[in-house]
Design a protein around this ligand. Sequence first.
Ligand code: GDP
Ligand code: MG
Length: 166
Amino acid sequence: REEAVHDDCDWTSGANGVGKSSLAIALAGDTERTASVDSEGEGYMRTVTVDEEDSTIVIYDNWRQDLSALQCEVCVLVFSVTDRRSFHRTAQLRLLLRETQPQTPIILVGNKSDLVRTREVSSQEAMSSAALYNCLYLEISASLDHRTPELLECAVRLARGESPWP
Ligand code: GDP
Ligand code: MG
């Protein structure tokens, strides 16, 4: 079974520096066993076992095609909790996505949870915003690999059409 998991959707210039590429690499896992699937090296293919079932997934960083061409099973919208602008950007992208791909499950991800002192967006605010749009919200640290395994599992379950939690 093949499922595509998207790391952000900044085909219309999403926020830079929020940690999308770091997250894609964290999700791709052991690079010895991961293959790049596109010429720019921005797609990673791997097989994961979730709930005792194997799935082959493709993780794309920085989707650059237009929205109508977007074909993914799950979209992960990433902002940095230290960058309020990037949070607003994900809200815009979420609206666009809901217009063109109403069926695609969206996971809102607040990255850089390790940067406590420079935080600009509270968990509560992000969670409320996600709830409004029926999105899952997860707070992670891509560089510490904190909660990235959970994100991967939730994304795979959503791609399978299941509930995100076991
Ligand atoms: P992108 O532009 O969204 O792809 O962001 P990158 O993955 O290139 O990351 C931008 C910068 O943020 C890099 O210096 C990363 O090391 C740093 N970064 C990414 N994730 C985290 C994180 O969880 N915590 C911290 N403190 N820094 C991070
Ligand atoms: Mg990047």
